[in-house]
Design a protein around this ligand. Structure first.
Ligand code: UVW
Length: 333
């Protein structure tokens, strides 16, 4: 289709490429790349269903345990007693990002945009509290998804991903993985990237999990951070990306930079995008990020039948002004 500007052609805000204005004037667009999920693409994606095989992509709500990034575990109260006619669930202290999640557009601000245009910093110059999961919930997220099983591919080429360190996945490796699978990405696709991190995590003993839960000790493989990642993902013209690792990109930010560069960037939050690509992908490009999605069963099925495309549906929480949500995503083949 080729309807979108390339990364180099995007208008710049605060000196950074931004898709603000691509789908609507400043202050109006709460969907970003989800705008690519047109009715025509939904119809085409529905035709991909051949066997009726359904893969639910939410991980257990209790995993990771403990939650990462120092988030607190929730407690689950079941109301009523043994003789009650009914029970209800009450979740206390539940953080919408403690397990599989969409990062919405309220999650991350770009400080260069905020400094340059006070009152902005979130996607599309939409005020922080006018973004929210409720917009995505009302729209629904449906289209064609393509799985890139990078974990399986890296193992097959003799360089298995290392899960206990910030092993970077290079953009050309993503392309090589898709080519090896014989898979083509189309404009408006949801790109699913399996690293294998989630399956590895499930095998880890309690002491390793407890250490990973502390932000200063979390390490994980992921897409190589930096502006080049933003360029590569934008130029794919995908509607969203969903991965099975903690942060889509490698963790921690700065792990692949020199200590001097990392120190400079941390001293000036307007430059955070140089090590932490979230600050370009969400607020500047409007690309929804999915993290810690359970892609294991889907990946096994794709490896078995050689088909890496499917119908994708996601119904986020209808949470007014919500920052994030479990994806409640299904992949259907
Ligand atoms: C990061 O932003 C890195 O992770 P999360 O979306 O879980 O906060």
């Amino acid at each position: 289709m080729g309807t979108l500007p390339s990364y180099d052609e995007l208008p710049r805000r605060a000196g950074l490429p931004a898709s603000w204005g691509v789908w609507g004037p400043d202050g109006s667009d709460v969907f970003g790349c989800l705008n690519l999920l047109t009715p025509e693409r939904v119809v085409a994606a529905a035709r991909l269903v051949q066997r009726g095989a359904v893969f639910a992509l939410n991980w257990k709500m209790r995993l990771p345990d403990p939650p990462l990034f120092d988030r607190q575990p929730f407690t689950h109260e079941v109301t009523g007693g043994p003789g009650s006619t009914s029970h209800d669930d009450v979740l206390h202290g539940w953080n919408t990002q403690s397990s599989s999640q969409w990062d919405g557009f309220r999650h991350i601000r770009n400080h260069a945009a905020l400094a340059d245009e006070p009152g902005t910093g979130h996607y599309g110059a939409v005020p922080d509290d006018e973004h929210g999961m409720h917009h995505w919930a009302r729209r629904g997220i449906v289209g064609r998804a393509v799985l890139a099983d990078v974990g399986r591919w890296r193992a097959a080429v003799g360089r298995p991903l290392q899960y206990d360190r910030p092993d970077p996945i290079e953009p050309d490796e993503l392309a090589a993985c898709l080519a090896a699978q014989g898979t083509e990405l189309h404009e408006g696709d949801v790109l699913l990237v399996r690293t294998g991190w989630l399956g590895w995590y499930e095998q880890q003993p309690a002491d390793v999990r407890a250490r990973l839960a502390q932000t200063e000790h979390l390490v994980s493989p992921g897409l190589r951070s930096g502006e080049h990642l933003a360029e590569v993902l934008w130029n794919l013209h995908i509607a969203a990306i969903g991965c099975d690792n903690p942060a889509v990109e490698v963790w921690p930010p700065g792990a692949l930079s020199s200590p001097e560069h990392e120190a400079e960037v941390r001293a000036d939050r307007r430059r955070l995008h140089e090590i932490f690509t979230h600050t370009l992908l969400l607020p500047m490009l409007g690309l929804p990020l999915g993290e810690m999605w359970d892609l294991e069963a889907l990946a096994d099925d794709c490896a078995a039948d050689g088909r890496y495309e499917c119908l994708f549906t996601s119904a986020p929480l209808h949470l007014e002004a919500g920052v994030a949500s479990p994806p409640n995503a299904l992949a259907i083949k």
